[in-house]
Ligand binder design. Structure first.
Ligand SMILES: Cc1ncc(COP(=O)(O)O)c(C=O)c1O
Length: 398
């Protein structure tokens, strides 16, 4: 008889949920399909030539450093660059307070492993990034899902609902994934203050702040933190390329040191070759122009998507108007279940991500996330048109 693996699974495995975004990937291979599902950057914007040159330079100048085992906390010159970059944003950290991670997703995973015992309480925005929820699920946490509006997490409402003592507030202040919404300036201050009053740590997950298409950048939550209670996560995935898997955590050494111990058993250190390549790429003088180009391309795609939704979605659909990032969030009437639209959408050769997976309080069935970064404008137009037809058709059946 075959071995039944599931008989040996840990109890906590019952909590694990696959990513709704990842589930879409196999459909994305269908010929002719338009995927508005994944949050992938536009590959035509990857700085491939600069990457090639940097890679060759690293191999010419520092092959042993690049290919030998390295320091868990990361390559010191890159940590220096990140600290300087953050100081430019009003976040006062030294290189010792920066740890390089294998994507910022790993930083979240390390942090929650350090903080949570089974049954501990965490505050998450409703909705929030699926991989954050997946990392938290592995720690068997209890969720307090904090509602949001057009100005982000409603801090007054969170303060009213705080009973028990959460260990951590997970916040994405800029162009949140999935909603596209940003936390307003007064609420950033207010959230830092609330956390200080109630002795709760904050993780500020911020992979999108450079992808700003209009208006002024707002100061980070961490810049209001006087108590050393916040940890800031950043990433090169959206400004360079996601496949290189280089991100970082910046925060007090007391927590980074423990995260480093978890990282030792996880992957020991982030790819030393990639860290050196990234270090050259961010220092070659081309980064500001590169980011400007990304902003220009994505701004146009966002505008095309918003116009197409206005033209093709039913009047009942409400949707966000993100000032940056990669996503538009659509909300349909409460009784609608967008999960049921996936099949008919695939039949019409368009993909979206149903919103329920971004929630842990059983809500969100009537929502969907649409990505605009990874599709050419005419395909966005056509994809939204196809999806709008599916939504209208399904609404008549609801
Ligand atoms: C909110 C948020 N945090 C973190 C990440 C992960 O970024 P990385 O590729 O650096 O792991 C993403 C990527 O989509 C994201 O949307």
């Amino acid at each position: 008889m075959d071995f039944v693996w599931s008989d040996s699974f840990a109890r906590r495995v019952a909590r694990f949920q696959g990513s709704a975004v990842r589930e879409m990937f196999h459909w994305a291979q269908l010929p002719g399909i338009i995927s508005l599902s994944a949050g992938s950057p536009a590959p035509e914007l990857f700085p491939v030539e600069a990457f090639r040159q940097a890679a060759n330079q690293v191999l010419d100048e520092d092959p042993v450093g690049a290919l030998q085992y390295g320091i868990t906390e990361g390559y010191p010159p890159l940590r220096e660059w990140i600290a300087e970059h953050l100081r430019g944003k009003g976040i006062s950290v030294t290189a010792d307070e920066v740890m390089i991670t294998t994507g910022s997703q790993q930083a979240m995973d390390l942090l929650v492993r350090v903080l949570f015992d089974a049954g501990d309480l965490v505050v998450v925005e409703r909705p929030t990034f699926i991989a954050t929820l997946q990392a938290l699920d592995t720690c068997e946490v209890e969720y307090l899902s904090a509602p949001m509006d057009g100005d982000g997490l409603i801090v007054d409402e969170l303060a009213r609902r705080l009973d028990g003592r959460p260990k951590l507030i997970c916040a994405q202040p800029n162009f949140q994934n999935p909603s596209g919404v940003s936390l307003s300036l007064p609420r950033r201050r207010q959230l830092a203050q609330l956390a200080a009053e109630r002795h709760i740590a904050i993780v500020e997950d911020d992979p999108y702040s450079e992808l700003i298409y209009e208006g002024d950048a707002l100061p980070s939550i961490k810049s209001f933190d006087q108590a050393g209670l916040s940890i800031y996560l950043g990433s090169f995935s959206k400004i360079l390329m996601p496949g290189i898997r280089v991100g970082w955590a910046a925060g007090p050494t007391a927590v980074l040191e423990k995260m480093a111990v978890v990282k030792q058993s996880n992957d020991l250190h982030t790819d030393g070759f990639m860290q050196r390549v990234v270090n050259l790429l961010v220092r070659n003088g081309q980064l500001p122009a590169h980011i400007d180009r990304i902003r220009k391309v994505y701004r146009e795609r966002r505008d095309v998507m918003l116009h197409a939704i206005a033209d093709h979605f039913p009047a009942e659909a409400r949707y966000t108007q993100p000032r940056g990032g990669l996503f538009v969030w659509v909300e349909l009437p409460a009784e609608v279940d967008c999960g049921r639209f996936v099949r008919p959408a695939v039949e019409r050769l368009v993909l979206f991500t149903p919103g329920a997976g971004f929630h842990r309080d059983g809500t969100g069935q009537n929502t969907m996330r649409l990505n605009f970064s990874n599709v050419e404008p005419d395909r966005i137009q056509e994809g939204v048109k196809r999806l709008g037809a599916v939504v209208k058709e399904q609404l008549t059946k609801t």
